[in-house]
Design a protein around this ligand. Structure first.
Ligand code: SAM
Ligand code: SF4
Length: 333
């Protein structure tokens, strides 16, 4: 039994009870908006959390009120010992979830079930094989589609993350929505966000408003309806009339939902980021290895959390250029 301690709260009264842990910065895909073309720099193994360290640090967070843990990366399932980590975290009294590109999900179906994972987020940015393979710079489209079917057949709640980028896949928005009508999948369109090495600019972003207008123009305003969003949900969600699944839009750039943020990010090398866009990080792993109290470090990090966007004043080309951050693959999305 983990002893409960005070919650992780910031100056603005936000309680942080949702921990996203990156298992690795490495990946078996190379999505151009996430992974710099040259890949991530290889670093010593000792710079990253071992499975035991990760599990122990996760337990500290659970003692501080964390109620939900999401495993992410890089690609979490390629981490050595991913199976052990999933099983051990499954024993904690938290909701456990995972975000994966699904390339090797078929090997983990039983592990997910045993760990009590009910919901799996899968990234898929195009329903066209050529386009998807171009985006991910690899050739796993068919395998991923088969694995999504496998997850649905095994009764997982399957959410599909699609980053919408102008000139790349914005013509497929309504195809994704149509998919959510026919099948029990929950598509979430994500506005393209700026990270180091992904050549972001405002022109490439397709906004919440534009995505919704596209759906309205194709299916009519009466063709779909708004459904209730879960508390702290980052997506605004909708369902097609007669739809088996749903679709939603995550407006991280045009309306970044900072006022209800409850997220903590732990990178694979053991740093806490108190916001996806924060320049500052706090080195939890080194403190842990020195035997210091990591609770104090966690609290100090959140005491300094900015009100909005990790201190980035706005998502303009100029401000983004000045702002230092990691690439998404090394943060953990
Ligand atoms: N490899 C796993 C995957 O792709 O699902 C987990 C890690 S990935 C970094 C987590 C999520 O971040 C994915 O859904 C991905 O689409 C999203 N993502 C990565 N870069 C992004 C960006 N620049 N803007 C918006 N979403 C991004
Ligand atoms: Fe890998 Fe996921 Fe990034 Fe694509 S989005 S490169 S699958 S970590």
């Amino acid at each position: 039994m983990i002893e409960p301690k005070a919650n992780i709260t910031d100056r603005f009264g936000r309680v942080h009870d949702y921990l996203r842990i990156s298992l690795t910065e490495r990946c078996n895909l190379r999505c151009f908006y996430c992974m710099p073309e040259e890949g991530v720099q290889l670093r010593e193994k000792s710079e990253f959390m071992t499975a035991e360290e990760l599990i122990s640090i996760a337990k500290t967070f659970v003692g501080m009120g964390v109620k939900k843990i999401r495993l992410t990366g890089g690609e979490p399932l390629i981490k050595k010992n991913a199976e052990l980590i999933i099983r051990e975290l499954g024993k904690l009294s938290v909701e456990l979830a995972i975000t994966t590109n699904a390339v090797i999900v078929d090997r983990f179906i039983d592990v997910f079930k045993e760990a009590g994972i009910k919901s799996v987020n899968v990234s898929l940015d195009s329903l066209k094989e050529d386009c998807f393979n171009d985006i991910s710079r690899r050739n796993y489209f068919k395998q991923i589609k088969e694995n999504i079917d496998l997850l649905i057949a095994n009764d997982f709640n399957v959410k599909i993350n699609a980053v919408v980028i102008r000139g790349v896949n914005e013509t497929e928005i309504t195809d994704f929505v149509e998919w959510s009508r026919k099948e029990n999948v929950h598509v979430r369109f994500i506005e393209f966000m700026p990270f180091d090495g992904n050549n972001w600019n405002t022109e490439k972003k397709v906004s919440f408003k534009e995505i919704l207008e596209d759906v309205e123009n194709t299916f009519g305003k009466d063709g779909f309806y708004k459904i209730e969003d879960q508390p702290n949900d980052t997506a605004r969600n909708f369902r097609m009339i007669g739809g088996k699944g749903t679709f939603g839009i995550i407006s991280s750039v045009t309306n970044p939902f900072c006022d209800t943020c409850n997220r903590i990010r732990l990178t694979a090398d053991g740093k806490i980021k108190n916001c996806l866009f924060s320049e500052d990080e706090s080195d939890l792993l080194s403190a842990y290895r020195r035997g210091e109290s990591i609770e104090d470090k966690i609290r100090r990090s959140f005491a300094l959390k900015h009100k909005e966007r990790g201190g980035l004043s706005e998502f303009s080309n100029e401000e983004v250029r000045k702002h230092k951050n990691r690439s998404m693959t090394s943060i953990g999305g």
